[in-house]
Design a protein around this ligand. Sequence first.
Ligand code: COA
Length: 234
Amino acid sequence: MSHPRTVPPRTALSSLHWRVWIDLADCHRGVTGVIRVTGVTGGGGGTACRRTVAGMTEQFSPPPAGKPTSYSRVTLSRIMTAVDVNLYGTVHGGVLMKFVDDVAGASAARHSGGTAVTAAIDEIVFAEPVRVGDLVHAHAQVNWTGQTSMEVGVRVVAERWDSAEDDPIVVATAYLVFVGVDVAGNPRPVRPVLPETPVDERRFREAEIRRAHRLAKRKAIQAHRGTADTAVAG
Ligand SMILES: CC(C)(COP(=O)(O)OP(=O)(O)OC[C@H]1O[C@@H](n2cnc3c(N)ncnc32)[C@H](O)[C@@H]1OP(=O)(O)O)[C@@H](O)C(=O)NCCC(=O)NCCS
């Protein structure tokens, strides 16, 4: 099937980068909202988010050469509205989960230079309720890379609608695993992430601990079942 494609200006490299990840995220998730991107040389930004992407193969970059952590840093922002609330009048956890998945997907697509799918979401924590009118920002970056998978860390903060001068408060955090895939949906190699700061290095090491626990848990459950079943849940 062919899709309309938005062609970025070839003369503006940062615009090209910005457009690529918007397209990819949008293709998979129907992202809407106000978006700001950081970490690109000559960094771009914008408020658009449109459907697109034909020929996903055109978007893939060749792997190996690593990218610094900052290259994958993405921020997605939006104001919560009445359609986002649960029965108790605060923002529904599922709305925030989609928001988290959206920003993490954009970060993974940017780092890996192509399509990346969500393989697992773990350790999502809702620390504070979010209210209608709050301006919410989701910050994501690739913390760790394996052969074909990436761990993306997400921190969601809210600016309260009725106390705009206060510092944003952390309302949720999460770690997600994304896998770079080719057009057939098979895992493809992703370039390594290169931690730049002591904080990036700490996050990289902690991601390795989480991965080890994840794999150990799966192995223990398989052993308990006495089967080669690889399902994570069920
Ligand atoms: C994610 C997916 C591509 C993995 O395919 P697969 O054939 O099982 O892949 P493999 O077993 O070869 O593993 C590939 C990598 O993914 C990692 N991985 C796979 N499943 C995982 C899980 N549940 N949790 C964490 N990591 C996982 C592996 O550790 C491996 O990492 P590495 O290459 O860095 O060592 C496949 O399961 C899939 O397409 N899932 C559906 C994704 C989806 O639809 N998401 C929602 C919409 S975006």
